[in-house]
Ligand binder design. Structure first.
Ligand code: FE
Ligand code: FE
Ligand code: ZN
Length: 300
């Protein structure tokens, strides 16, 4: 099973990400090249990348399965402020060249938010921006993420995602997010039916990454709040079925579940759940005490 979580990029860059992924017993990982909320980025240092490659080889992590995620503030959908729109395009190009420098094959991108524009205008702006970006011929491929439909988010259903994929001049892929799909109204408890639906719009081979998250909210709520595996409205069995699905066995699965924790002496302490969630998925059996166990593990 190709499974991992999002990890930090930190001071040792890709090397730091690999080390964190290994701690979690992961076979892949996803990282941001800097803080997801801003566009401050440091120069990529080759020595860290080379060391990271070596460490990946030693630990059976295939680099082709490693995913980068673009920052949220890139918004290709809104051209109302042309300067902002151009900045998003420019930043996305830089992000793709950073991925090329790092040797990363896939960059996950949120399509964007319409804010004040019609859905058609917004979608066409995204297509224009993607075409401009893709003209530069990067090795790294963009994966459009399926969104929950919070606010004016584009990519909230398969119609919109496939519109974007079909209208760009060069190949872009898709990243499914189980929490987002649930919140968008696609029932993950009937995943085979969802895949059937997907095939009406796009070939299954377009799916290059899956974000495995449970959801804090009911089907169709358009909220986008991730829950720990088995602790949300989708449930463990359905998420396990997706992780072990024969048709998607070569697709990297990435956990973006929340850190867990409690308040101790007025201080909130939170811990990454990934090592334990990955283990639970590999074992195929739900542990209803997992979150308490994680807190006590890190407080030992
Ligand atoms: Fe995302
Ligand atoms: Fe996601
Ligand atoms: Zn999300």
């Amino acid at each position: 099973m190709i499974i991992g979580s999002h990890v930090s990029f930190g001071s040792e860059q890709l090397l730091g990400s690999v080390k964190e992924a290994i701690c979690y017993g992961a076979t892949t990982f996803m990282f941001y090249t800097g803080a997801p909320q801003n566009t401050m980025r440091k120069k990529i240092l080759e020595e860290y990348t080379l060391e990271a490659d070596k460490l990946m080889q030693e630990n059976h992590i295939e680099k082709k399965n490693v995913i980068c995620h673009a920052p949220y503030i890139i918004n290709l959908a809104n051209k109302k402020d042309p300067e902002k729109w151009q900045f998003s395009i420019h930043f996305l190009k830089e992000e793709l060249s950073r991925c090329d420098e790092l040797g990363i094959s896939y960059l996950v991108l949120h399509p964007g938010s319409a804010v004040g524009l019609t859905k058609e205008e917004a979608l066409n702006n995204i297509v224009d921006a993607l075409n401009e970006v893709l003209n530069a011929n990067y090795h790294c491929e963009i994966l459009l993420e399926t969104m929950a439909g919070k606010g004016t988010e584009c990519g909230r259903n398969l119609e919109e995602i496939s519109y974007l994929v079909h209208h760009t001049n060069k190949s872009v892929g898709v990243c499914l997010d189980t929490c987002h799909l649930n919140d968008a109204g696609y029932n993950m408890n009937f995943f085979d039916e969802f895949l059937e639906e997907f095939c009406k719009y796009l070939d299954l081979s377009k799916i290059k990454c899956i974000h495995i998250n449970d959801s804090k909210n009911p089907l169709g709520s358009h909220k986008d709040r991730h829950a720990n595996i088995g602790y949300g409205t989708i449930g463990f069995e359905s998420l396990l079925k997706i992780c072990t699905h024969e048709k998607l066995k070569d697709v990297p699965k990435i956990l973006e579940t929340p850190y867990v924790g409690k308040t101790f002496e007025d201080k909130e302490k939170i811990y990454p759940p990934y090592k334990f969630e990955i283990q639970m998925i590999k074992e195929g059996k739900f542990n209803s005490n997992l979150l308490d166990f994680i807190v006590s593990y890190y407080n030992k």
